[in-house]
Design a protein around this ligand. Structure first.
Ligand SMILES: *[C@@H]1O[C@H](CO)[C@@H](O)[C@H](O)[C@H]1NC(C)=O
Ligand SMILES: *[C@@H]1O[C@H](CO)[C@@H](O)[C@H](O)[C@H]1NC(C)=O
Ligand SMILES: *[C@@H]1O[C@H](CO)[C@@H](O)[C@H](O)[C@H]1NC(C)=O
Ligand SMILES: *[C@@H]1O[C@H](CO)[C@@H](O)[C@H](O)[C@H]1NC(C)=O
Ligand SMILES: *[C@@H]1O[C@H](CO)[C@@H](O)[C@H](O)[C@H]1NC(C)=O
Ligand SMILES: *[C@@H]1O[C@H](CO)[C@@H](O)[C@H](O)[C@H]1NC(C)=O
Ligand SMILES: *[C@@H]1O[C@H](CO)[C@@H](O)[C@H](O)[C@H]1NC(C)=O
Ligand SMILES: *[C@@H]1O[C@H](CO)[C@@H](O)[C@H](O)[C@H]1NC(C)=O
Ligand SMILES: *[C@@H]1O[C@H](CO)[C@@H](O)[C@H](O)[C@H]1NC(C)=O
Length: 796
């Protein structure tokens, strides 16, 4: 072998490190054959390599394992992180006691494996294809019986198949330790391992001894704060039995290469090797958000990432330092308002979907039921909360918390364990009265809405109003409105697996299919396109809002599906909708002017309702960050039976900026469409290249507004009213959103007989290109695409 490598120094002088393999590559390290700097150890599968390396600019040499076939040198294990070799004289060999030892020229031992002494002469080391460096007695013919293995001593990386946690029989604690920095593999600040916490295990990242992140206790199904689910990249597993407690994961299949790293700032990251781009892609990281950071909100508080103020005191608690609580730092947390005195009125409040408080002062009893647990907590005035231990089979066992409740996070996902917190009599009362307050607010909002409707009914002296179309707005208590969730199988059956022949249209946000439920009811299923992805809660909230906008003449939302794909299920309208009445081919039954006017006013009212968001948000506290775009676009699609398009305001299409004034724009487009009986997106004029908005604008400037009206209406209308509507429509589609009126003003304008309205300015997006390849364009149009941007750019 030494013929291949005249001297280690020679080798290094010609190739530095990259070609060092030329020197020597062996698959077994035996006592007669040590590994010198420049040599490498590789196993048959050639997945990993063991050798010496220097990180970054450093000249220090470390014994390490890295991927053999990945060009970017990715270190997965380091032996002598704290004791580097200062020159190129490092040697790894099997010592007399049957241990792996790393020595330098002066025979100083820089690192050694910590296995038992053995006198056997046939100890060998191998680097397996899993990345595990194993030391074994070759004379023993027992596979898997290693004297020592690197998998038991992880550095900052966890590979597939590695066990992260405890071997209770040997008292072995396998945990990850971060590097000092990406260029310095010496011991860093953070460790990540399994905390046994009594006998309820959880994974914890610590900085020194201080907790930085915890997954929450294992409840038999998941960690209370982190869910482990097998996926197409890796298959996680947690094992808890009397001998071992560990976390491990496997790659989905042979060809997916994954590794997870505890980085120098304490983040646990999972990486996937991307074969196509030849780089590591980060799949996830923990802590994931601010609420994952331990004690971020201090004791007795709840951290909710979707709230603008992420920290809030739990019921029955108040800020310890109100001054500090008003700042961003809330670590002093909350204190009890009324200490428990075990009096009759006290009780418990159930918190669903939360990460269990840290197990600091607690007692547990695995044989108690939840009911017994409650009684136990009730009896002891210092018991702050209880929960079941094991969530499998509906929950069993009893956990009681005493003292402060720390690190409670509101989870967005499904959780299978509830926390019950002890609440004093007066707080229980106030909880009830708070509920009453919400009801009071809801009722007053409903009252205001009714007033508005009444006001318009009287003000407009609409005698035929009952025949017209008005929105019956219903403000209901969140819980009383149950929107059915359809399962995927039902939908697939109903629509013949989304058979093409069932497709009835391509509307905003995705295609629509006709289907039939087993009970014979015909439905229309709208598959929401991928880009309308939202968090599940947000989606459900918005769907609920849409469901609340019921209208007897328009399609009704029957439910939704949230499995795999997001879908909205509407009732099917065989005779077409409003849409076909106005634009359809069978226009003999086209709507008379009075009905059209009522539709316009009805939609305006619906929008006014939506725009009272400040009040809506009181009812739907979860909707703080609601993007009205989705809601209102769905609203338009809904009103128009999925055929929405071309309603997007310029500031939204170009900047992604969304304002309630963008709804006004959409409303203006709709209004002009209803008056003209033509769709903005399909509008074509032989004389010019303008779209419907441009057409209306030109006729307005030429004072020929009356020729804009749908010819179908013949003379069945009051010209001044129609002109007023066109006027309002043009005001709504003005280019600058500041110029557009608000919904309230729009309603006033529509209702007043003789208000002097301001002159409209130039509308947004009124130039449409004239092109032959209209088809290409058409296919791209839906509520979501930025079609208008394209048009605008090419129209210049
Ligand atoms: C490594 O060397 C390069 C070039 O000399 C320099 O830009 C870089 O800052 C150095 N990195 C470190 C960590 O010292
Ligand atoms: C192992 O061998 C070393 C060196 O020979 C010796 O110092 C040590 O005491 C031995 N340990 C045991 C447990 O025999
Ligand atoms: C080891 O055991 C296997 C079967 O388990 C046998 O085929 C093989 O010959 C054995 N090797 C030695 C060296 O004893
Ligand atoms: C973990 O395993 C131990 C030993 O089998 C058992 O007593 C304990 O209940 C288990 N804990 C959980 C949370 O499953
Ligand atoms: C491994 O899984 C990926 C999907 O994650 C798949 O594309 C690939 O074909 C699978 N390879 C093998 C060998 O099964
Ligand atoms: C560690 O990971 C987090 C999250 O991915 C990242 O923000 C941070 O910059 C990383 N720290 C270092 C030192 O690379
Ligand atoms: C217990 O505390 C409540 C206030 O939280 C008080 O109204 C009640 O009188 C107290 N009962 C006893 C027995 O001290
Ligand atoms: C656990 O609860 C059961 C039923 O209440 C009781 O019999 C048992 O003594 C309790 N065990 C402990 C250790 O308190
Ligand atoms: C309440 O529980 C704590 C902790 O287990 C215990 O120290 C205390 O004695 C209990 N108090 C009563 C009144 O049972």
């Amino acid at each position: 072998m030494d013929i291949l490598c005249f001297s280690v120094l020679y080798c290094i002088s010609i190739s530095l490190f990259s070609l060092a393999e030329v020197c020597k590559s062996v698959d077994v390290l035996s006592s007669s054959e040590p590994i010198r700097d420049g040599d490498t150890l590789v196993w048959v599968g050639e997945k990993f390599q063991l050798g010496f390396f220097s990180p970054g600019n450093s000249s220090n040499r470390f014994l390490a394992i890295w991927y053999h076939n990945i060009p970017e040198k990715t270190i997965v294990w380091v032996a002598n992180g704290d004791n580097p070799v200062n020159d190129l004289t490092g040697v790894l060999r099997i010592g007399n006691e049957g241990k792996l030892v790393l020595v330098d020229q002066a025979e100083r031992v820089l690192w050694s494996s910590n296995n038992m002494n053995t006198s056997s002469q046939s100890v060998v080391a191998q680097l397996l294809d899993s990345g595990n460096l194993v030391l074994k007695d070759d004379s023993e013919n027992v596979s898997g019986n290693y004297l020592w293995q690197s998998f038991d001593h992880p550095s900052n990386t966890l590979l597939a198949g590695m066990k992260h946690g405890w071997d209770l029989r040997m008292g072995l604690d396998r945990h990850m330790t971060s590097w000092k920095s990406a260029e310095d593999p010496s011991t860093g600040d953070f460790t990540y391992g399994v905390d046994l916490g009594g006998i309820i295990p959880e994974l914890v990242i610590r900085k020194g001894r201080v907790k930085y992140f915890r997954t929450g206790p294992w409840n038999g199904i998941q960690f209370s704060g982190v869910r482990l689910t097998p996926n197409l990249i890796f298959i996680p597993k947690f094992v808890n039995n009397s001998q071992e407690v560990y976390y491990t994961f496997n790659s989905f299949n042979e060809s997916t290469i994954t590794r997870s790293v505890l980085n120098a700032s304490g983040n646990h990251q999972l990486y996937l090797w991307n074969e196509k781009t030849w780089e590591w892609t980060m799949i996830y990281t923990l802590p994931h958000d601010a609420c994952d950071v331990y004690r971020n909100c201090g004791p007795n508080s709840m951290c909710t990432i979707s709230n603008p103020q992420i920290c809030s005191c739990m019921i029955g608690y108040q800020p310890k330092s109100p001054v500090e609580w008003d700042t961003f730092v809330k670590r002093s947390g909350c204190v009890s308002k009324n200490p428990f005195n075990c009096s009759k009125g006290e009780g418990f409040k159930r918190l669903k979907g939360v990460k269990m408080p840290d197990l600091l002062q607690f007692t547990m009893n695995t044989s108690m039921s939840l009911k017994q647990c409650e009684l136990e907590c009730f009896k002891n005035c210092s018991c702050g909360a209880y929960a079941s231990i094991d969530a499998t089979g509906g929950g069993s066992g009893c956990l009681l918390w005493f003292g402060d409740l720390l690190d409670v996070k509101k989870l967005s996902e499904y959780a299978n364990q509830d926390l019950y917190i002890h609440v004093s009599a007066s707080d229980l009362d106030s909880a009830n009265s708070m509920w009453k307050e919400w009801v009071a607010v809801a009722i007053s909002v409903a009252f205001v809405v009714v007033l508005v409707v009444l006001y318009f009914c009287i003000f407009r002296r609409m005698e035929k109003h009952a025949q017209g179309i008005a929105f019956d707005l219903q403000v209901k208590d969140e819980n009383s409105l149950q929107l059915p969730i359809f399962d995927m199988v039902t939908i697939l059956r109903a629509t013949n697996n989304f058979c093409d022949s069932n497709k009835i249209g391509e509307g905003g946000f995705g295609p629509v299919y006709k289907g039939q439920l087993p009970n014979g009811q015909e439905i229309a299923v709208k598959r929401l396109s991928e880009d309308s992805r939202q968090r599940l809660n947000e989606f459900k909230n918005e769907v609920m809002l849409i469901a609340k906008l019921q209208h007897r003449n328009l399609v009704r939302l029957l439910g939704c599906c949230t499995e795999e794909e997001r879908m909205l299920i509407y009732e099917y309208m065989p005779n077409g909708s409003l849409d076909s009445f106005i634009f359809g081919k069978t226009r003999e039954n086209s709507l008379v002017w009075r009905m059209r006017f009522d539709i316009i006013v009805g939609i305006a009212r619906g929008l006014l309702y939506l725009h009272r968001d400040s009040r809506l948000r009181i009812i739907h506290r979860d909707l703080k960050a609601i993007r009205f775009s989705w809601l209102t676009h769905s609203f338009f699609c809904y009103a128009y039976y999925f055929s929405c398009s071309g309603y997007m305001a310029p500031e939204y299409a170009i900047d992604g900026l969304f304002l309630t004034k963008s709804d006004i724009f959409s409303f203006g487009v709709l209004l002009l469409e209803i008056i003209s009986g033509k769709r903005n997106r399909e509008f074509n004029h032989p004389d010019h290249c303008f779209n419907l908005l441009g057409h209306a604008w030109m006729l307005w400037l030429e004072r020929k507004a009356s020729s804009f009206v749908d010819p179908q209406l013949s003379n069945s209308f009051d010209l001044s009213e129609v002109v007023k509507c066109i006027h309002v429509g043009l005001l709504c589609v003005q280019r600058r959103h500041d110029d557009r009126p608000n919904m309230w003003t729009v309603l006033l304008m529509l209702d007043s007989e003789s208000a002097s309205l301001p002159q409209p300015k130039q509308p947004g997006f009124y130039i449409e290109r004239c092109s032959e390849n209209t088809n290409v364009e058409m296919s791209r149009r839906d509520c979501n695409s930025n079609e208008i941007t394209i048009t605008l750019l090419e129209g210049r």
